[in-house]
Design a protein around this ligand. Structure first.
Ligand code: SAM
Ligand code: SF4
Length: 436
């Protein structure tokens, strides 16, 4: 018995040391991690996940906001406030002018990266609409990269989306467990499991190299779904030479008009920490995204054990930034503003990043992976995060906060090489979007 325990611990430590070498884990390693019972061993796992994240991305945490374009939907996902059967939902699709107004407002708060989100409606918010919205936002605001979380498309539609300069195409499988999938998605195009399962292959065929994946935690046993998602990611890596650019960890939240009173398979805060750490260890190069579904304290903890991107100051209803009101997709757990989140990231020893350089420098897919393997991404990310923080201070910070941020920036810049101080002077003179 004693020998068995020792062997288990040795096995886990061997897995952790391979992760630290940035090796992708196999499914047997992943299940071994999932089956750990010893809380001390979990502490080692969390600590290793933090170190792996720092080895790949350094201390930077990427910030973004979602922009909900439409809550019209022809699907009936029973957990979602936007579902067709929710007759009490107030429906809203932003006009292109309103989309621009929301993006302008977010840009005036300092955001450079937005995630456009829509329900599924081929005429109201289909590809023609998305193309218009993306083009107008890029042309008329200082938003530098738009990601999209929209329903699965065919290859031709994906080509049009890519041609508009979208960064990441994001779509969650929700659950890989077929009987649960059928139960949760009773009607509409989303009820077709295989159409959704093939979405990333179609996006990649159309030219997307940055794809974002996820399962909706709480629908089915998280161990099963997390394993299935990792297997899916590894299959893409084998086939295309690159896997998911990001993995999100959405956890089921209460939603007005949802048919679910409670998650069928609740995921505790402790489980969520394990999930973030397991994704980080299994697929070390992946960006892990935590949304404002989660409460502030937990999000801070997740940032210290492997998460690398978070949304901030979010609203989940169309026109939600300009006025509160229309049907939200789900309730928000972290109501802090972008300012507050930036300050908090600094106070826990990390670096907030508003950088968007990789997408525009075509550091994506295989190339992104090679750069992370050589340690180059970490250097780019660190310096670009500081350059963007300087821009943010110049354009958006005032009073005591400006002093606090400037002090922090100077401390960090003095640790860096590469002429950062000269670049700061350029920014003070009005130059923008300087990046390495
Ligand atoms: N309509 C598209 C789709 O379903 O793929 C994209 C947008 S949908 C609004 C984005 C994601 O929100 C879904 O993939 C789902 O995982 C998540 N979601 C839906 N209802 C939720 C809820 N009640 N709590 C947390 N996340 C939810
Ligand atoms: Fe529609 Fe997406 Fe909500 Fe399903 S999850 S009802 S497809 S908006």
């Amino acid at each position: 018995m004693k020998t068995g325990i020792k062997t288990d611990i040795q096995r886990i430590r061997d897995i952790l040391s391979r992760s630290l070498e940035l090796e992708t884990l196999n499914l047997s390693d992943v299940t071994a991690l999932m089956n750990i019972n010893d809380p001390h061993l979990w502490s080692e796992v969390f600590d290793t996940a933090r170190r792996v994240k720092e080895r790949v991305y350094g201390k930077r945490i990427v910030l973004f906001a979602p922009l909900y374009l439409s809550n019209h939907c022809i699907n009936n996902c029973i957990y979602c406030g936007f579902r067709k059967g929710n007759v009490s939902a107030r429906r809203k699709v932003l006009s292109i002018d309103e989309a621009l107004e929301e993006a302008t407002l977010l840009s005036s708060r300092g955001y450079k990266r937005l995630l456009l989100v829509t329900g599924e409606h081929p005429t109201i918010s289909g590809i023609d609409y998305l193309e218009d919205a993306i083009e107008r936002i890029y042309k008329n605001t200082d938003i530098r990269i738009l990601h999209v979380n929209a329903p699965p498309m065919d290859v031709d539609e994906f080509k049009r989306l890519k041609a508009k300069g979208v960064g990441v195409y994001q779509c969650f499988q929700e659950t890989y467990h077929l009987p649960t999938y059928r139960l949760m998605h009773p009607s509409g195009p989303k009820s077709d499991y295989e159409w959704r399962l093939g979405v990333m292959d179609r996006a990649i065929e159309a030219g997307f190299e940055d794809i974002g994946m996820g399962v909706l935690l709480g629908l089915y046993d998280w161990r099963w779904d997390v394993c299935a998602l990792i297997a899916h990611g590894k299959r893409l890596m084998k086939k295309y030479g690159f896997g998911p650019h990001t993995i999100s960890v959405p956890r089921l939240q209460p939603a007005h008009g949802s048919e679910l009173n409670a998650p069928p398979y609740p995921v505790s805060d402790e489980d969520l920490k394990k999930i973030v750490a397991i994704y980080r260890l299994a697929l070390p190069y992946v960006g892990i995204v935590v949304s404002t579904r989660e409460p502030a304290r937990l999000r801070d903890e997740l940032l210290l054990l492997g998460a690398s991107q978070i949304s901030a100051g979010s609203r989940t209803s169309p026109l939600g930034y300009i006025k509160e009101g229309d049907t939200e997709q789900f309730e928000i757990g972290d109501k802090r503003s972008l300012e507050e989140v930036i300050d908090r990231i600094i106070s826990i020893g990390l670096i907030p990043s508003l950088c968007t350089a990789c997408y525009r420098e075509e550091r994506s897919g295989k190339r992104f992976r090679q750069l992370t393997e050589s340690g180059a991404i970490k250097r780019f990310c660190h310096e670009n995060a500081l350059l963007m923080l300087k821009e943010y201070i110049e354009d958006y910070a005032s009073g005591e906060r400006r002093e606090f941020l400037s002090r922090f920036l100077m401390q960090e810049a003095l640790k860096s090489r590469n002429g950062l101080l000269e670049k700061f002077k350029e920014i003070e003179k009005g130059r923008r979007d300087i990046h390495v």
